[in-house]
Design a protein around this ligand. Structure first.
Ligand code: SAH
Length: 226
C-alpha cells in the first residue's frame, strides 16, 4: 500500500534530523542525552512554512518580530554546558527568551520542569501554538520580562538565556540553586562594540565561578514587555 504524504514527510524529516545530529557530533557535541533530544524535536514545525527546507541546516532563522530561532549547534552546545555531564535529568530549568519555543521543547527532554519566559506577546502566543501538539506537560510558558527571572519557580538547577545583555542580571544568579549552572550570552566588556561571548556561571559553596567561552551572536536582551 502506498504511504500517505504525511507519513512520507514525517520520514523525510526524521532522516534530516538524524543527519543534523551526525553533524552536531562532528562539531564536537558528545552528550548523548542532548543529541537524542535534538533528534527528537521537529525543528521544521517551529519555523515559517517558507523556511521549512532550511530547518535542519545549522543556521539561525527569522521567527518574526525581529527575533531568530538559534542555530541547532548553539542550542545543543548550550544544553550540553547546562547538563555539565550529569547522569540523570536536570531539575527545574529557567529559559529567558522563549522565542518560537524550539529550545524549550529540547530542554523538556533534559529537565524535570522547564519555565520559559518571553517579553513579546506575539512570540509567547506563537510558542504556545507551536508546542500545543507536542503536549509537553513539563513546559511552562510565561509572558513577562525575564530580566527579573521567575522567582516563583526558583531555585533552578539551571538557567539559560537566549538573548544577550550587558551583564547577567542579579535576579538570575539569586534564583540559581546551590550547585546550579547558568549559561548566557553576554556583551563582552572592552570587546568590539556589541560583541558577545558565552558565559557560564557555577554557583558553588565557595562562591560564583565564572567562565567565559567562545564568541556568539544572539538578539539583544531587552527590558519590559511589548
Ligand atoms: N530559544 C528561542 C530563541 C529566541 S530568540 C527559540 O528556540 O526560538 C531570543 C528571545 O528572547 C526573543 O524572542 C526575545 O524577544 C526574547 N527576549 C529578549 N529579552 C527578553 C527579556 N528580558 N525577557 C524575556 N524574553 C526576552
Amino acid at each position: 500500500m502506498p504511504r500517505g504524504v504525511d507519513q512520507r514527510h514525517a520520514m523525510d524529516s526524521s532522516a534530516l534530523r538524524m543527519n543534523m545530529v551526525k553533524k552536531l557530533a562532528v562539531l564536537g557535541l558528545r552528550d548523548t542525552q542532548v543529541l537524542q533530544a535534538m533528534g527528537s524535536v521537529e525543528r521544521h514545525r517551529f519555523v515559517d512554512s517558507a523556511l521549512v527546507n532550511q530547518a535542519y541546516e545549522d543556521t539561525s532563522l527569522p521567527i518574526g518580530l525581529g527575533q531568530t530561532i538559534s542555530k541547532p549547534g548553539v542550542v545543543a552546545r548550550m544544553a550540553e554546558l547546562l547538563r555539565n555531564g550529569a547522569h540523570g535529568k536536570l531539575g527545574r530549568v529557567l529559559e529567558i527568551g522563549t522565542g518560537c519555543g524550539y529550545q524549550a521543547a529540547v530542554l523538556s527532554f533534559l529537565a524535570g520542569e522547564v519555565y520559559s519566559i518571553e517579553r513579546l506577546r506575539g512570540l509567547h502566543d506563537r510558542a504556545r501554538d507551536n508546542l500545543r501538539h507536542l503536549r509537553l506537560a513539563n513546559v511552562h510558558l510565561l509572558f513577562g520580562d525575564g530580566m527579573a527571572g521567575f522567582a516563583k519557580g526558583a531555585p533552578y538547577a539551571a538557567i539559560i538565556a537566549a538573548a544577550g545583555g550587558e551583564a547577567v542580571p542579579k535576579a538570575w544568579v539569586d534564583q540559581l540553586a546551590m550547585g546550579g549552572r547558568l549559561v548566557a550570552p553576554v556583551v563582552s566588556a572592552g570587546g568590539a562594540s556589541g560583541q558577545q561571548a558565552l558565559v557560564v556561571i557555577d554557583k558553588t559553596r565557595g562562591g560564583l565561578v565564572q567562565t567565559i567561552l567562545e564568541s556568539v551572536h544572539f538578539v539583544p536582551l531587552k527590558s519590559g514587555v511589548a
